[in-house]
Ligand binder design. Structure first.
Ligand code: PLP
Length: 409
């Protein structure tokens, strides 16, 4: 017997869909009998059945139960995980959401829907872990794939007939290239394929891919959603019932659902996501101007920086730029010396959290790429990626200036 389909009703109440985004982020309170203002963390690995063949009494929370209305075993369902799934689905008006232990587990679940002999087209310059997954597992699973430099100029007749999925990010990582989501959806649908998008860099606050024609949206909730650098989590959202069944099967059978405690951590993070992101974007805008004019910075990358076409697409499909930007150091800046001069800013991968982090994509996030692959993805060895946090921006600006100068000494 396979896992049973568990339709997850995204709406907390009949008024939920008229609520603003920030309200939905906060209003994750369970409608249970205790009046608790936050969902409890249900740690139980298993639930006792009253009589053989039945499930325990229905949970008071609106979802995440099996078809008998109760819970059975934590890998199958858990009330705290269900609460975060409902909350994240409601942010994007998605019919279904499944929470995973990490963003990569969520992405692996998305790719589990692809069968041997099928093809996946991906935008080049994808998240390093996703590249590691496809280059390690697609060949042994007999899945063909192509990395496409510019999906925006591709026409439907150029899409191979065996394509089952187009997989994109926009903005991409770390070059912040823009992929036209509506166009990518049209390309996918022209051959009966699905469009999947990793929307981690935007969140549903800034960009709503399901509304633009995407069929599956994946998130690393480790980033903006959780937001405090203390939890890994992943989400997969969709409206389609068949895709939902397949991703639900992956959640159960591949065995990487989000733990109850981490589910709670994401719920807490979501409540402040809007205020965090607003501040992060404000800081990022100031640092972007500062770095653009800095003599020791050769080139800067932000959403829309590559071309006017991409800028126009981005402003059409997104409400903001997020808080990640990349820049190439001038040749006289020594990366080690620059990093050694940092104090507040952590030299670390990750993004979307309260703390500002800087990393070197070629040796960190994209270390699994060889030189040719890096060049194809447009990633210079002199590129740094800055993920801006919520600190006092004057401190960040002073520190970047000091570190750049120390690197050039
Ligand atoms: C971090 C990240 C992932 C992977 O998420 P984990 O939670 O680290 O597994 C996937 N995609 C993007 C764009 C990311 O930034």
């Amino acid at each position: 017997m396979g896992p049973r389909q568990q339709g997850r009703d995204a709406k907390h109440s009949e008024h939920a869909e008229t609520r603003g985004f920030a309200t939905r982020c906060v209003a994750t309170t369970p409608n249970d009998c205790t009046g608790a203002v936050v969902p409890p963390i249900y740690l139980a690995s298993t639930y006792a059945h009253p009589v053989p063949g039945s499930c325990p009494a229905p949970a008071p929370m609106p979802c995440g139960t099996n078809e008998d209305g109760g819970h059975s075993y934590q890998r199958w369902s858990n009330p705290t995980r269900a609460a975060v799934e409902v909350a994240v689905a409601s942010l994007e008006d998605a019919k279904h959401c499944y929470a995973f232990a990490t963003g990569m587990a969520a992405i692996a679940a998305v790719f589990s829907t692809i069968k041997t002999g099928q093809r996946v087209l991906l935008c080049s310059s994808i998240y390093g872990g996703t590249f590691q997954y496809i280059s390690s597992f697609f060949p042994s699973r007999g899945i063909n794939y192509d990395l496409i430099e510019d999906l925006n100029t591709l026409r439907p007749e150029q899409i191979p007939a065996d394509t089952a999925m187009i997989y994109i990010e926009s903005p991409t990582n770390p070059c912040l290239r823009i992929v036209d989501i509506e166009h990518a959806a049209d390309l996918a649908h022209s051959v009966g394929a699905v469009l999947a998008i990793d929307n981690t860099f935007q969140t549903s606050y800034l960009q709503r891919p399901l509304d633009l024609g995407a069929d599956i949206v994946a998130y690393s909730a480790t980033k903006y959603m959780a937001g405090h650098g203390d939890v890994l989590a992943g989400m997969v959202l969709m409206n389609d019932e068949h895709l939902s069944e397949q991703v639900r099967l992956a959640q159960v059978a591949l065995g990487a659902p989000l733990s109850p405690f981490d589910s709670y951590s994401v719920i807490r993070g979501l409540k402040t996501m809007v205020v965090r992101m607003d501040r992060q974007m404000e800081n990022a805008q100031i640092l972007r101007e500062f770095l653009t004019n800095h003599p020791l910075v050769e080139r800067i990358y932000f959403p829309g920086s590559t071309s006017a076409d991409e800028a126009a697409i981005h402003s059409r499909q997104s409400r903001g730029d997020g808080s990640v930007l990349s820049f190439n150091l001038a040749p006289e800046v020594d990366i080690s010396k620059m990093v050694a001069a940092l104090d507040i800013i952590g030299y670390a991968v990750s993004l979307g959290g309260v703390e500002t982090l800087i990393c070197h994509p070629a040796s960190m996030t994209h270390a699994s790429m060889n030189d040719d692959e890096l060049a194809a993805a447009g990633i210079s060895k002199r590129m740094m990626r800055l993920a801006v946090g919520i600190e006092d921006v004057n401190d960040l600006q002073k520190e970047l200036d000091r570190a750049l100068k120390a690197g050039a000494e």
